[in-house]
Design a protein around this ligand. Structure first.
Ligand SMILES: *[C@@H]1O[C@H](CO)[C@@H](O)[C@H](O)[C@H]1NC(C)=O
Length: 389
C-alpha cells in the first residue's frame, strides 16, 4: 500500500507541468523587416504564462497605458491588450498577465506610490479595473528595483505592503500576482524581504541575465550558469546558480521560483583582435542589431542570422555552459549569448534544482521565423521539451 502510494506520488510529480513564463515586448511591432513581431506571432502553445511588457505608473498613481495607440482599441488603436488576452482562446490553459514597470520606468514613482496607503489603493484599484477590462489573468510587478535607482531604504517595507494589498485584491478577483525580481546580490540584500514577499506572490521571475555587459571594461557572459574560473570577489555572485540558491536560502519557496533565461546576447567591442576570450579588454558595446537597434544588445535571431552570413568564430569554452562568438571584421564585435544546447542545459538545471520552471526574456528575439533553424522558436521549443511540458 505504501509502495503504491509512493509510486503514484512519483507518477504525479512526473506529469506536473512546469511553468514556462514568457515575456513579450509589445514594442517589437515597430521593429523593421523580419524583426517585426506582433501579437499574432506568439505561439499560444509554447508558454504557460505570457507577460505583456509593459504598462507604467502615472503621476496620479494609477496604472498607465504606455502606448494607447498600440495597446487599446479606442481612437482606431490596434487593440494590443485584447488581442493578447485573446490568445487564451487558442489555449485555455495559457495565462496572460500585464507587466507593469520595467527598466525604463525607473524606481522613483514606484517608491513614492508604495510609501502612501492612499496612493497604493489608487494603484491597486486602477490595476484591477484595467486588467478586468482587458481580460488579463493577473499582474506582473516589474519595479526595478525597490530601494535602488531613485528608490529609498523604506521601500524594503513599503514594497511588501504594496505586494500584500495587490495579492489580496487580485486573488479576490481570481487573478494572480507575479514579479520580476533582481538576481544581483547587491540589489537583493537591500530590496527584498524574501520570506514576506513569498507569502504574497504566485511566481517569482528571477532575472538571471544582464549580469555582465558593456558597462564593464571587459567581456563576460551575461547569463552564465556557474562562475567562470577567473571570477573573483563579487563576480563570484554574478551567475544563475548563485542567484537561484541565494533566493532559496533566503526563503523563496522552490515551487514559486522560476529562473530567467535570455533569448538574447550582450555585446562588446574588443580592444585587441588577439584578445578574444572572457575578461578580454572591451572599451564599449558592440554595434546595434538591425532589428533591436540597441548598442550592447542583440537578439538570438540577429545573432544566428549574422552567423549564417559571415564567418563568425563561435567558442564553446569547456569552462562555460553557454557560447560566445566574435567577428573581428565587424568592428571587433563580441557577443555572449544562449543557443539551443545552452537553454536545454538551463532548463534541465531548473528541473534538477526542483524549482517551478523557467522564464524567458523575450519571445520576439527567438528565431521566430525559423530563418536559421528551419522551424520557428527553436530556443523556446527546446526549453519546453526539456521541462517536459
Ligand atoms: C477577442 O475575441 C472575442 C471573442 O471571439 C472577439 O469578439 C473580439 O473581437 C476579439 N478581440 C480582438 C481585439 O481581436
Amino acid at each position: 500500500m505504501k509502495l503504491l502510494l509512493l509510486l503514484s506520488l512519483v507518477a504525479f510529480s512526473l506529469v506536473e507541468t512546469k511553468y514556462l513564463v514568457c515575456y513579450f515586448s509589445s514594442w517589437a511591432t515597430y521593429r523593421p523587416d523580419a524583426g517585426k513581431f506582433t501579437i499574432e506571432d506568439n505561439d499560444p502553445d509554447l508558454c504557460t504564462h505570457l507577460v505583456y511588457a509593459f504598462a507604467g505608473l502615472g503621476w496620479n498613481n494609477e496604472i498607465r497605458v504606455l502606448d494607447p495607440y498600440n495597446d487599446l482599441c479606442e481612437n482606431y488603436g490596434k487593440c494590443g491588450y485584447n488581442r493578447f488576452t485573446n490568445l487564451t482562446l487558442q489555449n485555455p490553459n495559457l495565462k496572460t498577465t500585464l507587466g507593469v514597470g520595467g527598466w525604463n520606468e525607473g524606481s522613483t514613482k514606484y517608491s513614492e506610490m508604495a510609501a502612501d496607503p492612499a496612493k497604493r489603493k489608487t494603484f491597486v484599484d486602477s490595476s484591477i479595473k484595467l486588467l478586468k477590462e482587458h481580460n488579463f489573468d493577473g499582474l506582473d510587478m516589474d519595479w526595478e528595483y525597490p530601494t535602488q535607482r531613485g528608490g529609498k531604504p523604506e521601500d524594503y517595507v513599503n514594497y511588501i505592503s504594496l505586494m500584500k494589498e495587490l495579492y489580496e485584491a487580485l486573488h479576490a478577483e481570481g487573478m494572480i500576482l507575479t514579479a520580476a525580481v533582481s538576481a544581483g546580490k547587491a540589489t537583493i540584500d537591500p530590496a527584498y524581504n524574501i520570506p514576506e514577499l513569498s507569502k504574497y506572490i504566485d511566481i517569482l521571475h528571477l532575472m538571471t541575465y544582464d549580469l555582465h555587459g558593456s558597462w564593464e571594461p571587459y567581456t563576460h557572459h551575461h547569463s552564465l550558469l556557474y562562475p567562470h574560473p577567473e571570477d573573483t570577489g563579487d563576480n563570484l555572485y554574478l551567475n544563475q546558480d548563485f542567484a537561484v540558491n541565494y533566493w532559496i536560502e533566503k526563503g523563496a519557496p522552490k515551487d514559486k521560483l522560476v529562473m530567467g533565461i535570455p533569448l538574447y546576447g550582450r555585446t562588446f567591442r574588443l580592444k585587441n583582435d588577439q584578445d578574444t576570450g572572457i575578461y578580454a579588454e572591451a572599451p564599449g558595446p558592440g554595434g546595434a542589431g538591425p532589428y533591436t537597434r540597441e548598442a550592447g544588445f542583440m537578439g538570438y535571431n540577429e545573432i544566428c542570422e549574422f552567423q549564417a552570413k559571415e564567418p563568425w568564430t563561435v567558442v564553446h569554452d569547456p569552462a562555460l555552459n553557454e557560447p560566445y562568438a566574435y567577428y573581428i571584421p565587424n568592428n571587433n564585435f563580441w557577443v555572449g549569448y544562449e543557443d539551443v544546447d545552452s537553454v536545454g542545459v538551463k532548463a534541465q538545471y531548473t528541473l534538477d534544482q526542483g524549482i517551478a520552471g523557467a522564464m524567458v526574456w523575450s519571445v520576439e528575439t527567438d528565431d521566430f521565423h525559423g530563418t536559421c533553424h528551419g522551424s520557428p522558436f527553436p530556443l523556446l521549443h527546446k526549453i519546453k521539451a526539456t521541462l517536459g511540458n
